[in-house]
Write a protein that binds this ligand. Structure first.
Ligand SMILES: *Cc1c(COP(=O)(O)O)cnc(C)c1O
Length: 446
C-alpha cells in the first residue's frame, strides 16, 4: 500500500482534553476516561484486543441533533460508515432512515426491522442482485447513477408497478478533506454531470420510463467537508437544474437529497461541520433559489454517515512492541491497517492515548504502527505518549466509529475485531471477533 506521511509537529496534547471523545466520556478512578460509566481496561479484559467500543448514547444524541436541526427533512444514516443490527435499531428508534449501497446492507437493515420504505439505495455500479433485492424489499428510493442504469432498472420492475427513483447529479462543487473522498466534481466515477448535459439526458430517459417515477435530485459532494459554503452552492446548482427540468418536461420534482460528507474532528482543536448552521443556510438558500425560479420548495433529505457514528467509537489496542531507532520511537499494537486503513489511505490523523495505567513519565512524540507486514501500516504519527510506554500497555484511539470496521480487510489472517456497545455502565457484545475458524470456513478448496 503506497503511503505518503507528512510529519508535522502538533502541539502536545493535554491529557485532560477529551473533547473528541464520546458524549458520555467522564474521568474515571485513575484519571482515565470512562465511556458510559464503563472502564476501558475492563472491556479489553473481557473481550480481548483489538476491540471497538461504541457509545450508544453518543449515536442516539447525534441522531436527535440532526432531527432537531432538520425538522421536516428526512435524515438518512449512511450505512457505509458502519452497520450492524444494533446500529439499524438505534437510528430507526431515533427517527432516521437509512442509505445503503448493496443487497447485503439492505438485507441486514430489513432483518433488523427497518421499514424498507425508509431506505434509499445507492451505488455507481449496482449489480443485478442489488437491483432485484432493492425491488423485492420495496425500498423507498433507488438513486440512479448513470443513463445506462435506467433501462436496466426499468427492466427489473414488475409490470403494473412503479419504482420511485432519484437521479444522482454532480453539481460541480469541489469540497472535502482529501482528493480520494471528493465526489462533487465532474471527473469522479459517481453521478451525472450537470455541466456536460448528462444529468438532463438521464432525467429525460427517466421521465420516459413508465415503470419509474422520478421524485427528485440527489448529490453527494464529498466527505469530511467542514464548511457550509459548498452545500449552499450545490443547492443553487440543483435548483437550477430542477427549473430546467420543469421547463423542458413540465414536471416539478418534490424532493432534494443533499447527501452527507459532514466533517468531524479527529483531534482536539479540529473543526467539525456546524450542523445547525448548515441546516439554516441550506434552508435559506433553498427558499431563495426556489422563489427565484418560481418552484415550490422540495422536501429535503440529508445523509450523514461519519458525523453520526465517528465520535461514538473508541478503538482499543494492546501494545506488543516498542522500538527506538535513532530519534524515532515506534509503538506497535495488535491491530493496524486491517481494522483502520484510513491513515494509510487518506492521511487521517488521530490522537491515541494511554489508558489503564497512570504514567508520570514525560511525553515524547511516537509513531503508532500496526502489526501487519507492510511499511505503510501506521495508525498515528507524531503523537505524544509517555516515554515509558511498554508492551502490555493499552492504547485507546477516539473517533474510531466511522469507516474503520466498515473498511476492514482480512490482511494477515488476523480476523476482524469485535464491536462492544456501552450504555448505562454496561458493556455488551454487538459483533463478535472473527475467529480462525471463521476464516478457515471460507477456504473450501484444495
Ligand atoms: C458516503 C456517502 C454518504 C455519507 O458520507 P459521510 O462522509 O460519512 O457523511 C452519504 N451519501 C452517499 C451517497 C455516500 O456515498
Amino acid at each position: 500500500m503506497a503511503v505518503t506521511t507528512v510529519a508535522t509537529a502538533i502541539p502536545a496534547q493535554s491529557p485532560d482534553d477529551l473533547s473528541v471523545w464520546p458524549a458520555t466520556t467522564a474521568r474515571g478512578p485513575h484519571g482515565d476516561p470512562t465511556v458510559s460509566g464503563v472502564e476501558l481496561p475492563d472491556v479489553a479484559a473481557q473481550f480481548g484486543t483489538p476491540v471497538y467500543v461504541l457509545d450508544e448514547t453518543d449515536v442516539r444524541e447525534r441522531c436527535r441533533a440532526y432531527r432537531s436541526a432538520f425538522p421536516g427533512a428526512d435524515v438518512l444514516y449512511a450505512a457505509k460508515a458502519f452497520l450492524c443490527r444494533a446500529m439499524v435499531h438505534w437510528v430507526h428508534e431515533e427517527g432516521l432512515g437509512l442509505d445503503v449501497c448493496s443487497a447485503g446492507d439492505l438485507e441486514l437493515a430489513v432483518i433488523a426491522g427497518l421499514p424498507p420504505e425508509r431506505i434509499v439505495f445507492h451505488g455507481n455500479a449496482k449489480s443485478p442482485e442489488d437491483l432485484r433485492a432493492a425491488l423485492r424489499h420495496g425500498v423507498g428510493r433507488i438513486v440512479v447513477d448513470s443513463t445506462s442504469e435506467t433501462a436496466r432498472l426499468a427492466a427489473h420492475v414488475p409490470q403494473g408497478t412503479r419504482q420511485r427513483v432519484m437521479a444522482r447529479v454532480v453539481p460541480g462543487v469541489a469540497a472535502g478533506g482529501h482528493a480520494a473522498i471528493r465526489t462533487g466534481t465532474d471527473d469522479r466515477k459517481s453521478g451525472l454531470s450537470i455541466a456536460d448535459g448528462s444529468a438532463m439526458h438521464a432525467v429525460t430517459r427517466l421521465v420516459e420510463q413508465p415503470r419509474l417515477e422520478l421524485t427528485g435530485l440527489h448529490c453527494h459532494i464529498g466527505s469530511q467537508i467542514d464548511t457550509v459554503k459548498p452545500y449552499v452552492v450545490a443547492v443553487r446548482h440543483l435548483v437550477g437544474l430542477m427549473a430546467r427540468i420543469r421547463d423542458r418536461h413540465g414536471i416539478t420534482l418534490p424532493e432534494l437529497d443533499l447527501g452527507g460528507g459532514h466533517a468531524v474532528a479527529h483531534r482536539p482543536g479540529e473543526h467539525p461541520l456546524d450542523v445547525p448552521e448548515l441546516a439554516r443556510r441550506v434552508r435559506r438558500e433553498l427558499a431563495d433559489a426556489c422563489a427565484q425560479s418560481d418552484l415550490p420548495v422540495p422536501r429535503l433529505a440529508v445523509e450523514p454517515g461519519r458525523a453520526v457514528v465517528a465520535r461514538a467509537g473508541v478503538a482499543l489496542y494492546r501494545v506488543l512492541a516498542v522500538k527506538r531507532t535513532g530519534a524515532r520511537v515506534f509503538v506497535a499494537v495488535d491491530g493496524g491497517t486491517s481494522d483502520n486503513p484510513r491513515p494509510a489511505l487518506y492521511g487521517v490523523r488521530y490522537a491515541p492515548r494511554l489508558v489503564g495505567r497512570r504514567s508520570t513519565a514525560a511525553t515524547r512524540p511516537v509513531t503508532v504502527v500496526g502489526r501487519h507486514c507492510e511499511a505503510g501500516d501506521a495508525l498515528a504519527s507524531d503523537v505524544p505518549l509517555p516515554d515509558d510506554v511498554r508492551p502490555g500497555d493499552l492504547l485507546a484511539v477516539p473517533v474510531a466509529g466511522a469507516y474503520h470496521l466498515s473498511t476492514t480487510s482480512g490482511g494477515n489472517s488476523v480476523g476482524r475485531p469485535p464491536v462492544v456497545a456501552v450504555a448505562d455502565g454496561r458493556a455488551r457484545l454487538l459483533v463478535r471477533r472473527e475467529s480462525a475458524q471463521d476464516l478457515r470456513s471460507r477456504d473450501t478448496g484444495l
